[in-house]
Design a protein around this ligand. Structure first.
Ligand SMILES: [Zn+2]
Length: 71
Protein backbone atom coordinates (compact mmCIF):
# COMPACT_ATOMS: atom_id res chain seq x y z
CA UNK A 1 0.00 0.00 0.00
CA UNK A 2 1.49 3.34 -0.98
CA UNK A 3 0.89 6.68 0.64
CA UNK A 4 -1.97 7.74 -1.60
CA UNK A 5 -3.79 4.45 -1.03
CA UNK A 6 -3.63 5.03 2.72
CA UNK A 7 -4.91 8.54 2.21
CA UNK A 8 -7.77 7.18 0.12
CA UNK A 9 -8.68 4.70 2.83
CA UNK A 10 -8.66 7.44 5.45
CA UNK A 11 -10.84 9.63 3.27
CA UNK A 12 -13.23 6.76 2.86
CA UNK A 13 -13.40 6.19 6.61
CA UNK A 14 -14.14 9.87 7.08
CA UNK A 15 -16.82 9.65 4.42
CA UNK A 16 -18.47 6.71 6.19
CA UNK A 17 -18.34 8.54 9.51
CA UNK A 18 -20.05 11.57 8.01
CA UNK A 19 -22.70 9.32 6.49
CA UNK A 20 -23.38 7.75 9.88
CA UNK A 21 -23.79 11.18 11.45
CA UNK A 22 -26.14 12.22 8.67
CA UNK A 23 -28.20 9.10 9.20
CA UNK A 24 -28.54 9.82 12.89
CA UNK A 25 -29.58 13.39 12.19
CA UNK A 26 -32.20 12.05 9.79
CA UNK A 27 -33.85 10.26 12.70
CA UNK A 28 -36.73 12.61 13.35
CA UNK A 29 -38.32 12.96 16.78
CA UNK A 30 -41.35 10.91 17.73
CA UNK A 31 -44.60 11.34 15.90
CA UNK A 32 -42.96 11.67 12.53
CA UNK A 33 -41.37 8.92 10.49
CA UNK A 34 -37.84 8.82 9.07
CA UNK A 35 -36.97 10.78 5.94
CA UNK A 36 -35.87 7.67 4.14
CA UNK A 37 -37.44 4.28 3.71
CA UNK A 38 -35.31 1.22 4.47
CA UNK A 39 -35.13 0.70 0.71
CA UNK A 40 -33.45 4.11 0.34
CA UNK A 41 -36.36 5.96 -1.24
CA UNK A 42 -37.41 9.25 0.32
CA UNK A 43 -40.70 9.10 2.20
CA UNK A 44 -43.17 11.90 1.40
CA UNK A 45 -43.69 14.27 4.34
CA UNK A 46 -47.42 13.53 4.36
CA UNK A 47 -46.72 9.86 4.98
CA UNK A 48 -44.14 10.63 7.65
CA UNK A 49 -46.63 12.82 9.47
CA UNK A 50 -49.03 9.91 9.47
CA UNK A 51 -46.34 7.81 11.13
CA UNK A 52 -45.45 5.64 8.17
CA UNK A 53 -41.91 4.29 8.01
CA UNK A 54 -42.02 3.08 4.42
CA UNK A 55 -42.21 4.73 1.02
CA UNK A 56 -45.28 4.29 -1.15
CA UNK A 57 -43.62 1.63 -3.29
CA UNK A 58 -42.80 -0.51 -0.24
CA UNK A 59 -46.27 0.00 1.22
CA UNK A 60 -47.88 -1.14 -2.03
CA UNK A 61 -45.53 -4.08 -2.19
CA UNK A 62 -46.46 -5.05 1.37
CA UNK A 63 -50.18 -4.62 0.71
CA UNK A 64 -49.93 -6.94 -2.23
CA UNK A 65 -48.03 -9.48 -0.17
CA UNK A 66 -50.55 -9.31 2.65
CA UNK A 67 -53.41 -9.72 0.18
CA UNK A 68 -51.79 -12.86 -1.20
CA UNK A 69 -51.38 -14.26 2.30
CA UNK A 70 -55.03 -13.70 3.09
CA UNK A 71 -56.13 -15.81 0.16
ZN1 LIG B 1 -39.26 1.79 0.38
Amino acid sequence: MDESAIEQAELHQEFLKQKAIERQRAQVPKGIGPEECECGNPIPLKRRELGYHTCIACAEHKDRRDAQHRR
